[in-house]
Design a protein around this ligand. Structure first.
Ligand code: FAD
Ligand code: NAP
Length: 357
């Protein structure tokens, strides 16, 4: 992933200074003195498909957007390899490459990309204000929140090492690569059941592994799951280890433990889909925007509009159902279009008020 041109990574500088001197207060004084104020008509937090799509549309509408990249420049697609379902590419493309292209396109049309992470926001009124980890201040007449969501992981041995080599958190994204192979899904909610059902498009041997003896997913999904001839459910089992060699062959199996009997044993599988929920990156906004029970930003249905005029949310941070690059890009486009309209209407009203004085 390319670094934002012409920018110093302030967080890295801070760590060097703090590490070299061991004196945080000196850094704090230095940071206050060095803080830069960045203003824009459109401020975008997040540099995944949603953020860069909003930036491309915002820039082409003349809003000169700023994108603050965050800790994962390019977003979730930078941690995967093959992407086969993003429209426009006949051949398989690589996630990190796609995100480099999106960033290049956004910059080409006039977006400023900042290497910083937002640590606090003030949404009390336009201009909306965000403070970066660098100490820099970012302001936007309108704000687009595109901070995404991260899949939750089990945190057991082998899971991280075999990620992308048999272990995945997205059947829609990766299921295709396990055609004709034995696969497992771990979890017992709607996502796990939907992933298991989806995987039957590619595999005739799908096993759902759940830690309890009942599912929490909707009854209708459960009925479809239990009726499916190619799905087996393993109850009361927890995964203790993902087995295999990341350098040769990838995932080969799982070490399971029965939660009732305590018995441990291995099963063979080449694909394991962890589906135990997602965590949207909304900590920053929880006191200022309405979040649903899953922590996702609540928007007006069918739009990216939050309850605060001028603040829009797009991509995985407001979407717990679809969670795809193309849907993130689509809602990013909608957010920029709505932001542009909101700014124009506000300006028009301000001009009218001035003319009336
Ligand atoms: P994200 O991509 O999650 O980006 C969020 C951005 O917000 C990041 O840049 C992050 O740094 C930034 N951010 C967060 N907090 C802050 C902050 N405080 N300050 C500044 N920035 C912040 N989808 C597909 O369509 N096809 C696939 O093949 C596919 N494969 C996948 C494989 C894997 C392993 C994973 C994890 C996901 C995959 N997905 C795939 C899903 C897809 O990646 C997501 O749906 C998509 O990336 C969501 O885009 P987004 O822009 O909403 O958020
Ligand atoms: P979820 O409902 O929170 O379910 C998570 C599942 O993973 C639970 O069964 C849980 O087990 C299990 N789990 C959690 N941590 C685990 C761990 N460490 N080890 C083993 N298992 C673990 O998450 P979700 O299924 O992703 O759904 C999230 C929300 O999105 C829900 O509100 C859901 O309705 C919604 N959603 C809706 C749709 C749809 O409408 N079509 C599709 C997908 C998701 P326990 O049951 O034992 O707690």
């Amino acid at each position: 992933m390319r670094a934002a041109a012409g920018r110093v990574n302030a967080a890295a500088v801070r760590n060097v200074i703090a590490g070299a001197t061991g004196v945080r207060p000196i850094y704090t004084v230095w940071r206050r003195a060095m803080a830069t104020h960045h203003t824009s008509r459109l401020l975008i937090i997040g540099s995944g498909p949603a953020g860069f799509s909003a930036a491309i549309y915002g820039a082409r509408a003349g809003l000169k957007p700023i994108v603050v990249q965050g800790l994962q420049p390019g977003g979730q697609l930078t941690i995967t390899t093959d992407v086969e379902n993003y429209p426009g590419f006949r051949d398989v493309i690589q996630g990190p490459w796609l995100m480099e292209e999106m960033q290049a396109q956004a910059e080409h049309v006039g977006t400023r990309v900042m290497w910083d992470t937002i640590v606090s926001v003030d949404l009390s009124g336009s201009p909306f204000r965000a403070i970066g980890d660098s100490g820099d201040i970012y302001e936007g007449e309108a704000l687009v929140i595109a901070t995404g969501a991260q899949a939750k992981w089990l945190g057991v041995p082998g899971e991280h090492e075999l990620g992308g080599k048999g272990v995945s958190a997205c059947a829609t994204c990766d299921g295709f690569f396990y055609r004709g192979k034995k696969v497992v899904v771990i979890g017992g909610g709607n996502t796990a059941v939907e992933e298991a059902l989806y995987l039957t498009n590619h595999s005739s041997d799908v096993t759902l592994i759940h830690r309890r003896d009942s599912l929490r997913s909707e009854k209708i999904l459960q009925q479809r799951l239990f009726a499916h001839p190619n799905i087996t459910v393993m109850w009361n089992k927890k995964v203790e280890k993902f087995l295999g060699d990341p350098q040769a062959g990838g995932l080969t199996g799982l070490l399971l433990r029965d939660t009732i009997s305590g018995e441990a044993y291995d099963i063979l599988t080449e694909g394991a889909f962890v589906a135990i929920g997602h965590a949207p990156a909304t900590e920053l906004f929880k006191d200022q925007l309405e979040l649903d029970e899953g922590g996702y930003i609540v928007v007006e249905p069918g739009t990216p509009k939050t309850a605060i005029p001028g603040v829009f949310a797009c991509g995985d941070v407001m979407d717990q159902v679809y969670r795809q690059a193309v849907t993130a890009a689509g809602t990013g486009c909608m957010a920029a279009l709505d932001a542009e309209r909101w700014i124009a209407e506000r300006e028009f009203k301000q001009h009218q008020a001035l003319a009336a004085e």
